[in-house]
Design a protein around this ligand. Structure first.
Ligand SMILES: C[S@@+](CC[C@H](N)C(=O)[O-])C[C@H]1O[C@@H](n2cnc3c(N)ncnc32)[C@H](O)[C@@H]1O
Length: 311
């Protein structure tokens, strides 16, 4: 561990020891929660046990955060944004400590967040003019590209499938980056105008390597019937609130697991909360290599959730 990391850890431990009793008391409130940040500190502070921070997205937009009564750390604070709880004495030291942890040691788990109705099809007509698109372009796509790039050598050859692939922007990026040298890329979505754009992009790339297919992924039990043994599957803004519910997400993830080659990769991320968590993916059979981007987990920055799953 670097000196900077050690200093941040020591500062965090000192702050912890000074926990005001009032915060501990507030942490005991048994309130339902929307999200949970689980931090494994076992490698750093063996006697602390797992650290859990829970919070709720209030209808007014500001979150209420409180600790789990059964955990040693109890935090209750009120603030905006997600963990921008300046009243919380740990906020800054916890945040600086967490950024030194690995993506496999921090989980921003939002599988408990309130189920949202799926966005109506017209919403996808021009969602890329609403501001989200820049976060996808500048932060989310590069994070997925980096993830794939880092594991390039361990990925078996085979097709790549982008579920909920929309207008094909991510696949175009991946194709141009030629990281995988995949023989074929599939874009699956059910929004016709987006699929038309994806086909245009594929033509501009002057290739029949990119195949665009219409599929209702929430309902279809045969997502991979025409695709032989993919080696990489991505779901970027797909297994997320306002797209699918948990039952649908589970069925999709199981189909991905069954279709993938051994050692194949499934990468799940997005802007709205991911509706499955690491325990769900493990139950299906995946080995969870990464759960989050720790420096974003305690903030509104994206991507905060980045599940890297291996068959
Ligand atoms: C947040 S966007 C992400 C799109 C794409 N990954 C991107 O980065 O441009 C969600 C996508 O899910 C698609 N979608 C929503 N419900 C779907 C369903 N039941 N079946 C297939 N696609 C769906 C939408 O058409 C939209 O393209």
């Amino acid at each position: 561990m670097s000196q900077e990391a050690l200093d941040s850890l020591n500062k965090f431990i000192t702050d912890l020891k000074q926990t005001p009793q009032s915060l501990k008391e507030r942490g005991k409130q048994p309130t339902p929660f929307d999200y949970e940040i689980r931090i494994s500190t076992a490698n750093y502070i063996p006697d602390l046990g797992p650290l859990v921070m829970r919070g709720k997205f209030s209808p007014l937009g500001y979150p209420v955060i409180y600790g789990a009564p059964d955990q040693k750390l109890m935090v209750a604070c009120f603030g905006n944004p997600k963990f921008g709880c300046i009243q919380d004495p740990y906020y800054f030291s916890l945040k600086s400590f967490v950024k030194f942890l690995k993506g496999s040691e921090v989980e921003a788990d939002t599988s408990n967040s309130v189920e949202m109705d799926p966005a109506p099809p017209w919403f996808w007509n021009n969602w890329k003019n609403g501001g989200y698109e820049q976060v996808y372009r500048d932060k989310i796509y590069p994070a997925v590209l980096k993830t794939i790039n880092q594991r390039d050598r361990e990925i078996p050859p085979g097709p790549t499938v982008d579920l909920f692939g929309g207008d094909g922007e991510f696949v175009e990026m991946l194709y141009k980056a030629t990281l995988l040298g995949s023989e074929r890329y599939y874009i699956l979505d059910n929004h016709q105008p987006s699929l038309d754009k994806a086909r245009q992009r594929a033509n501009v790339s002057n290739t029949d390597t990119i195949v665009v297919c219409s599929k209702n992924l929430a309902e279809d039990a045969t997502i991979f019937e025409d695709i032989t043994q993919p080696s990489v599957v991505t779901a970027i803004g797909g297994l997320c609130a306002s797209i699918v519910d948990r039952a649908q997400a589970r069925k999709i993830a199981s189909q991905v697991y069954n279709a993938l080659q051994d050692r194949g990769l499934f990468v799940v991320t997005g802007f709205t909360p991911v509706v499955l968590n690491a325990a769900d993916f493990s139950e299906i059979g995946f080995k969870v290599e990464q759960m989050s981007v720790p420096e974003n987990a305690i903030s509104f920055k994206r991507p905060d959730q980045l599940y890297v799953l291996r068959k």
